[in-house]
Write a protein that binds this ligand. Structure first.
Ligand code: ADP
Ligand code: ADP
Ligand code: MG
Length: 245
């Protein structure tokens, strides 16, 4: 309706897809409309996140209705919160069935930063998060017992591929419900064919039929859009600001 169009226009939100949920204006709506635990909204408030940024306004409802997403929004616009919050809502409480969310970042530094944000947002939820920093410590980290204990995995792609390809696998991804590629434009950039291969192997290991995928990047790139349209069911594309193609 008109109010929704105006809200999108005012916040420079463009959307492509079917049945796109309305943007939210306040984090409180997450509790009333999407049954997000108040603990999580409290955690956002503790971080001094009082008003959702445009990408958060639109990406949160999309991911919370279980849609796959390609999201493009400028650097510094709050993409991390946009993908962490829906993951935290969907996973709810800790389980001991292995990782249920996987977040890939292009560098270890970004993986570490994402981990830190995730720790803050999961406070009091009991969810367990792991960031792979040293692959050669994989055996200790993912010993048969402990690898079942974490809910969210944050890593760079090579490391994940290395671990799933061990015999027997040092890491399993069959319980993954959410697969997020952060900085997808950097990871899928031309010349880094490496990543495309790693990505295919990792995606194949995520065998849960209801797994959803979200791609986040700073710039809109045609190869990623083409890949997403071809491979993702129920896709919605969101761009904030000028679409730079
Ligand atoms: P991006 O991934 O889009 O480059 P980040 O997720 O790294 O952006 O967020 C950029 C900065 O904005 C971070 O310091 C983060 O803590 C802050 N931030 C995120 N969401 C909000 C919000 N709703 N209100 C205020 N600051 C926010
Ligand atoms: P980064 O490049 O930031 O160090 P990557 O995710 O690319 O992180 O992983 C490091 C690389 O080292 C990968 O190619 C991985 O397959 C390889 N590797 C990691 N650990 C081992 C190991 N114990 N034995 C052999 N190769 C490893
Ligand atoms: Mg980011």
């Amino acid at each position: 309706d008109e109010r929704i169009s105006k809200l999108r226009k005012d916040n420079k939100i463009s959307v492509i897809g079917n049945k796109i949920p309305a943007p939210i204006e306040h984090f409180d709506e997450l509790c009333s409309l999407y049954s997000v635990d108040t603990k999580v909204v409290d955690n956002l408030a503790s971080c001094k996140y009082t008003v959702p940024t445009p990408i958060q306004m639109q990406a949160l409802p999309i991911m919370m209705t279980g849609r796959s997403l390609m999201a493009c929004a400028p650097t510094g616009s709050g993409k991390t919160v946009a993908f962490l919050t829906p993951i935290i809502r969907d996973l709810k409480a800790p389980q001991k069935n292995g990782f249920r969310a996987l977040i890939l970042c292009p560098t270890r530094e970004l993986a570490k930063q994402t981990y830190q944000e995730c720790v803050r947002l999961t406070e009091k939820t009991g969810l367990k998060i792991h960031v792979i920093s040293k692959v050669d410590k994989a055996d200790e980290t993912f010993g048969v017992k402990s690898k079942q204990m974490c809910d969210i995995l944050i890593s760079t792609p090579n490391r994940v591929r290395f671990l799933i390809q061990q015999e027997p696998p040092a890491l399993e991804l069959k319980s993954i419900e959410w697969f997020v590629i952060d900085e997808a434009d950097r990871l899928l950039e031309d010349g880094k064919d490496n990543f495309k291969e790693q990505f295919d192997d990792i995606l194949k290991a995520c065998t849960n039929p209801s797994r959803k995928l979200a791609l986040f990047s700073a710039t809109y790139t045609v190869p990623i859009a083409k890949w997403a349209i071809k491979n993702l069911k129920n896709l919605i594309r969101v761009t904030i600001g000028q679409q730079n193609t």
